[in-house]
Design a protein around this ligand. Structure first.
Ligand code: MG
Length: 388
């Protein structure tokens, strides 16, 4: 058995959304198809993935380095010990050949996207949903039935009113979500607080509202927001400052008693290790939000978790970023706190299976083999064309 071809294409997200630091008008994502010669139900097994949201398409690196490295490897060197399936760890090692240390995000998104597509193929060959394959391999066989999902919403839209934000949040509640997140930092502090209060009127319990500053603040602003937000006792305060300013994050942790969350802009196990070593994060409350397809993929994510567990962190502190079927399977498979969800934004790249229903904040895990993009009609159209 072998990989016949790996294809990629860049697709625009066509979004009019903005967070506090940038808008998504130019945002793209890479869609990948890993075509195998294995047949299931008379058709070749193809693994699919895309590079999640918030990082641009990265086809140039894939075409120049990572795809040729895989296609130039003798097929038997990419198989697992049984010889009956592919071994994603071997794909990762092959893609990392001749790569210098550090400088992770130049390659981690491209490598991670291809790696997750390989996992989709592996699960399809095994005839199981990806979360079950991951649970067997990485969570003692504990196969989850559902995953807690919170909404990453409350974006800044041109010309919006407080009522618009409240209506958005009501729609998420009507769809079955309980925990909601909104952006902060896109307006002056006093106006932002009015926005938070307007959403709290809808949400009620502040434990079900989180805020996300998308790394906007310098020291002074971060402190001002931390002090102003503290009395609301929100679920968490996400990315108050630059993701690599661990010293400042530590200072914020010293004065902000509530949970902090960060990690979607860290791309390596070493970066996450530095985060927990130097940013004075608290194992009993803070949350880490690595996005696996953007951070070298699932094998490397398992190594990040192993590192965190060695340092006393538990899986209920991990919420993978992404809001898509990939992070849903990863959250379920590894037994994490939950996953993010982006209902109605990022076009075909947000959300889950078309028939997925959220109940009381929980989403049932799919039982289709693989990741199950086939059940996301609009997205699968793009993937099918790429593989044809
Ligand atoms: Mg965020």
């Amino acid at each position: 058995m072998r990989i016949v071809d790996i294809r990629e294409t860049a697709v625009p997200l066509k979004s009019n959304l903005a967070n506090s630091t940038f808008d998504f008008s130019e945002m793209t994502t890479s869609v990948v198809a890993v075509i195998t010669d294995v047949k299931r139900e008379g058709k070749p097994v193809v693994g699919f993935a895309f590079n999640s949201t918030g990082r641009y398409a990265c086809g140039a690196q894939m075409r120049a380095r990572f795809i040729p490295r895989i296609l130039n490897t003798p097929p038997e060197k990419l198989l697992d010990d049984t010889g009956e399936n592919f071994d994603p760890a071997k794909f990762l090692a092959v893609m990392m050949q001749r790569e210098k240390s550090g400088g992770h995000s130049e390659r981690s998104v491209a490598i991670g996207t291809i790696e997750v597509a390989v996992w989709d193929a592996v699960a399809k060959i095994a005839g199981k949903p990806l979360h079950a394959v991951l649970a067997e391999r990485y969570n003692g066989g504990k196969i989850a039935e559902k995953v807690y999902c919170y909404v990453g919403g409350g974006w800044y839209r041109p010309g919006e009113t407080l009522k618009d934000v409240q209506d958005e949040m009501r729609r998420h509640q009507d769809a079955g979500y309980v925990t909601l997140k909104m952006k902060v930092g896109g307006l002056p502090l006093a106006q932002d607080l009015k926005r938070v209060e307007a959403v709290l009127e809808v949400v009620g319990d502040p434990w079900h509202l989180a805020v996300d500053a998308n790394s906007k603040f310098d020291r002074e602003e971060a402190f001002a927001y931390a002090k102003a937000l503290a009395p609301y006792r929100l679920r968490w305060f996400e990315e108050p400052c630059d993701p690599l300013d661990l010293a400042l994050l530590g200072e914020i942790a010293d004065i902000y008693e509530g949970p902090l969350a960060t990690g979607e802009n860290l791309f390596s196990t070493q970066d996450v290790e530095n985060l927990v070593r130097f940013a004075r994060l608290r194992r009993d409350r803070d949350l880490i939000q690595v996005d696996p397809p953007q951070a070298y993929g699932i094998v490397q994510y398992s190594r990040t978790i192993a590192m965190l567990e060695k340092r006393g962190w538990t899986r209920d502190r991990l919420f993978p970023h992404g809001g898509n079927q990939m992070s849903l399977h990863i959250a379920g498979g590894f037994g994490l706190a939950g996953a993010e969800s982006y209902p109605g934004v990022f076009g075909p790249f947000a959300g889950f299976a078309d028939d997925a229903k959220v109940e009381n904040g929980y989403l049932k895990l799919p039982d289709r083999p693989g990741i199950g993009f086939e059940a996301q009609n609009e997205l699968y159209k793009i993937m099918r064309e790429l593989a044809a």
